[in-house]
Ligand binder design. Structure first.
Ligand SMILES: [Zn+2]
Length: 298
């Protein structure tokens, strides 16, 4: 049992009056907070809710389901919506811009890093140092070699793949055990396990068994890295994100994980695209979050 009185010897000078008790209470409350909406939503998705047809007011089950889904959607809409800007494969040319735009727009940004890229040149080392010293940027693990872009071969040897992530964690001194697999959209966290390509699942399971959380993405945006020209237009990417938020079709309702790559932002054109996209997301009222806080449940 936890006892608040055990802490009474700490002086208020160190902790601030009532601060310790309040922080602990807050933590307990957050930990015990039950995500009622999400639980109900998940049960509906998994067909675990029993519907019955009342003979006096016969409403078809299909319609009852639709109505419940709509009412849950509306209930989710009364809560904040969270966007996770994630940038993969850095440090690369383009990383310096991501570092500066996070500050300029005052938004949280998540980067999934490749150790091999950090060791390529002084410039990339400098980019890494920028990321590390920016409190608005959280650094995570995307493997040391990025599978040398030979994904099947990489994942056919889960032990070696696992060692590659460990090397990256050590080399880059990463503080969070959060990874994204190169070339795979795989999620393993809490009681969720979603695999896109089976080859890759053994590596993901091995990582998870060793305390790592694996995150994929909901929406991806691509630009031509040489010209900065969008491969998917900004409007279509924005509407993709808005649809996910409004229809609750992302992995977790009200949370959208958005994937981009550092090298997309090496040209002025690409940089302007990102800047205006962030402005649009802000205008929509979305809150920018770190992946370590994913998912925010209601
Ligand atoms: Zn990658």
């Amino acid at each position: 049992m936890f006892s608040v009185t055990a802490c009474k010897d700490f002086s208020n000078k160190v902790l601030g009056k009532g601060e310790l008790k309040d922080t602990l209470t807050e933590k307990l409350v957050v930990k015990e907070k039950i995500p009622h909406l999400l639980n109900r939503w998940d049960s509906l998705q998994k067909n675990q809710i029993q519907f019955t047809v009342d003979s006096l007011h016969p409403v078809p089950i299909k319609q009852q389901k639709r109505e419940l889904k709509d009412s849950l959607r509306k209930a989710f809409d009364t809560y904040p919506k969270h966007i996770y800007l994630t940038f993969d494969d850095g440090p690369l040319i383009g990383s310096a811009f991501i570092d500066s735009i996070a500050k300029e727009k005052n938004i949280k940004v998540s980067v999934f890093l490749i150790g091999k890229h950090a060791n390529m040149s002084k410039g990339r080392k400098r980019d890494l140092a920028r990321y590390e010293s920016n409190p608005l940027i959280a650094c995570y693990n995307h493997s040391y070699t990025h599978a040398n872009n030979q994904y099947s071969r990489f994942y056919n040897n889960p032990q070696n793949a696992f060692a590659d992530f460990e090397k990256n964690e050590k080399d880059l001194n990463l503080k969070h055990k959060i990874v994204r697999l190169p070339g795979r959209n795989i999620w393993i966290y809490d009681d969720v396990r979603k695999i896109d390509l089976k080859n890759g699942s053994s590596t993901a399971d091995l990582l998870h068994k060793n305390g790592y959380t694996i995150y994929g993405w909901d929406v991806e945006w691509r630009l031509n890295s040489i010209t900065g020209a969008p491969i998917q237009s900004q409007e279509s990417t924005l509407s993709h994100i808005r649809n996910y938020m409004n229809n609750k079709s992302s992995m977790v309702p009200n949370n959208v994980v958005f994937l981009m790559h550092d090298d997309m932002f090496q040209t002025q054109k690409g940089q302007q695209e990102l800047s205006s996209l962030i402005d649009a997301l802000k205008k929509d009222g979305y809150q920018f979050e770190f992946m370590q806080d994913y998912p925010i449940k209601y």
